[in-house]
Design a protein around this ligand. Structure first.
Ligand code: NDP
Ligand code: MG
Length: 381
């Protein structure tokens, strides 16, 4: 039995991780979990999976939960609670499926505790990629991708030497507004932005897909996970989301990973790696039903967040931290109805322009830049 702790159990990735654990209950057991504020769903999950440790964001929710959980379940709260779940002594694997840079400190603690990390929480790798990957190296810990593109690359690489890799090619569906021009983006609503054509995901990443920042964050995530320079990471628009990404080797052979768009596949692979198990109710891919696969070049003028992400990634230092924090706050403001869709990228651009980059930032520098950037975005809205 593989013992798992799960951050973000109530989210889109979190609930699908629990589906995988339940489907393979002879292989996996949930030891500890964290949620944000969805206490109602958390209680159902606690009764179904019987973890010994649960963390919630607010202490007032923890007080309520303590009266309702079965005897023997410990309930903790706040950032310390997240860290306690991540580093839980009973677990071998941490599935990090929280949203945002709040996942950084727990990930580092889990690495220090020697856990294998299945990482969905890309913001952690964007904001502090050099710190996370160095820590993983030092503690000889594996960082296994959950994001579908990175799982595809990981599978296509199949242990081959990076020296033989010429290029990583990430696919992008184009998100909710892929058929609109820039002019047509001026008055789009939150509901329209939340309507993704291929994937059902949490709100923040669905907006990130519409702005294309999601693919920008994924380019930075790929850089850190696979140690490939930005010049050797390309993105191609592929509206069907059937090819999840590709690796081009030096001999011009390109290996792709395909499948129906279903996050349970990469989640399960991160849990079973290096082996495989039968699917958790995932649909078979029948290519004759899909008919054709389409590809087109990505326009950096149309998707400006892509340009910001490549530039922040290439320049490095604290710029990716600024990119991520500004994006998190701007997307939250858009979801709250406080700013327009195009203001998301305007705000991010301003945050990047005013920032004095710190090279080789420490964890303290990153926390400070993250906090300061969030305050700046608040002052704009
Ligand atoms: P969701 O918004 O659906 O879920 C986020 C989870 O994190 C919930 O359990 C939520 O709790 C919890 N949470 C939110 N804020 C906090 C906080 N401040 N402190 C502690 N817990 C918090 O997100 P997704 O599942 O969509 O995404 C999770 C991560 O996976 C992201 O980094 C995303 O980019 C990545 N990812 C997601 C994919 C997808 O298909 N959804 C695909 C690839 C990557 P609660 O709801 O209880 O408040
Ligand atoms: Mg992805």
């Amino acid at each position: 039995m593989k013992k798992i702790s799960l951050l973000g159990a109530t989210g889109s990735i979190g609930t699908q991780t629990l589906d995988v654990i339940e489907h393979h209950s002879d292989q996996f057991v949930l030891e500890a979990m964290s949620v944000g504020r969805n206490i109602e769903l958390a209680l159902k999950q606690i009764h179904a999976f019987k973890p010994s440790l649960v963390s919630v964001t607010e202490e007032e929710d923890a007080i309520k939960l303590r009266n309702e959980v079965p005897v023997g379940v410990k309930v903790v709260s706040g950032e310390e609670g997240l860290i306690e779940v991540a580093a839980h002594t009973g677990a071998e694997v941490l599935v990090n499926a929280v949203i945002g840079s709040v996942g950084l400190a727990p990930t580092l603690q889990a690495i220090e505790a020697g856990k294998t990390i299945a990482i969905a929480n890309k913001e952690t790798l964007v904001t502090a990629g050099h710190i996370v990957t160095e820590a993983a190296k030092k503690h000889n810990v594996s960082l296994l991708p959950v994001d579908s593109e990175h799982s595809a690359i990981f599978q296509a690489l199949n242990g081959e030497s990076l020296a033989e890799v010429d290029r990583l090619i990430l696919t992008a569906s184009g998100g909710s507004f892929r058929d609109r021009t820039r002019d047509e983006l001026r008055d789009v609503t939150v509901d329209e932005a939340l309507n993704h054509p291929n994937w059902s995901m949490g709100a923040k990443i669905t907006i990130d897909s519409a702005t294309m920042m999601n693919k920008g964050l994924e380019v930075i995530e790929a850089h850190w996970l696979f140690n490939v320079p930005y010049d050797d990471i390309d993105v191609v628009l592929h509206k069907e989301s059937i090819i999840h990404s590709m690796v081009e080797f030096v001999d011009r052979s390109v290996i792709a990973q395909l499948g129906t768009p279903d996050m349970k596949v990469p989640i399960q692979y991160a849990l079973t790696y290096p082996n495989r198990l039968p699917a958790t109710n995932s649909e078979r891919l029948n290519l004759w039903e899909i008919g054709s696969l389409n590809f087109s070049k990505l326009d950096f003028e149309r998707y400006r967040c892509m340009a910001f992400a490549y530039e922040a990634g290439r320049m490095g230092g604290t710029l990716p931290t600024v990119l991520n924090a500004a994006n998190e706050e701007a997307v939250a403001a858009f979801l709250d109805g406080k700013i327009s869709f195009l203001e998301i990228e305007h705000f991010i651009e301003q945050a990047l322009e005013r920032h004095d980059k710190i090279n080789q930032p420490t964890l303290e520098d990153i926390k400070e830049v993250d906090r300061e950037t969030r305050m700046f975005i608040h002052s704009l809205r």
